[in-house]
Design a protein around this ligand. Structure first.
Ligand SMILES: [Zn+2]
Length: 227
């Protein structure tokens, strides 16, 4: 007998479940927070506020999602974004839209060379099983689920993430490669919320392909919110 899949329920557990920045995800303005290695954190960002994500070491991919604060059935959608931007590579000034085609955020700063990914699904339990893992492996899908649970939220689906600094070149024949980020230590991206949103960041725990650097060692990220 098969068990119904619950999109809000993680396949395992890590510190993401107990490391919320506050009970409801509301940040102290200007305070810098850590996304611990292999973990995820949710943060509430009001319309007009700016969220800055820092690639502390330059080698770390951040799986990034945003949900409408008043209804998590509306979320940042990479598929709708591709249509809105006529591109799979968002850049400064671009508006990031939801699955209802509403602008949720605008990219206002990117100090990196601008190499990010919008086509690859988050790593999840089955991805690591497929790669040969025999035991539970930290993964971005569960980090998202746990980060939302940690602030009292449940998600209806694991949306395709905006993979900050993930270097997935797409060749003219449609084939892709999994390469290390080209960003530098301290590179940051800043997003202005256009509606009240909950953003979630996962410091991707992928250590079986070199997306988090050629040494395959996942590390931490940082972030802060400003008015
Ligand atoms: Zn991941």
């Amino acid at each position: 007998m098969s068990v119904a899949h619950n999109p809000a329920h993680p396949d395992g557990e890590n510190a993401s479940l107990h490391s919320a920045i506050s009970a409801n995800g509301v940040p102290v303005i200007g305070e810098q927070y850590q996304v611990a290695p292999r973990c995820g954190v949710a943060v509430s960002v009001k319309a007009g506020q700016q969220l800055t994500v820092i690639n502390t070491h330059g080698t770390q991919v951040c799986d990034f999602w945003a949900f409408a604060s008043d209804d998590t059935n509306e979320y940042l959608s990479m598929h709708h974004l591709h249509t809105a931007l006529n591109s799979v590579f968002p850049k400064v000034g671009d508006r990031l839209v939801s699955n209802l085609r509403r602008t949720m955020m605008t990219i206002v700063e990117d100090t990196s060379p601008g190499v990010h990914d919008t086509v690859i699904a988050s790593c999840d339990h089955q991805r690591y099983v497929d790669l040969g893992c025999r035991e539970y492996h930290d993964n971005c899908a569960d980090n998202l689920r746990m980060a939302m649970m940690a602030i009292g939220e449940r998600i209806p689906v694991v949306p395709a993430p905006f993979n900050l600094w993930m270097n997935i070149p797409i060749a003219s024949d449609g084939s892709i490669q999994w390469l290390a980020p080209v960003s530098s230590a301290g590179d940051c991206m800043t997003f202005r919320a256009e509606i009240d949103s909950i953003a979630v960041m996962s410091a991707c725990p992928q250590d079986m392909t070199p997306v988090n650097g050629d040494d395959c060692v996942p590390v931490e990220l940082h972030f802060f919110v400003q008015n």
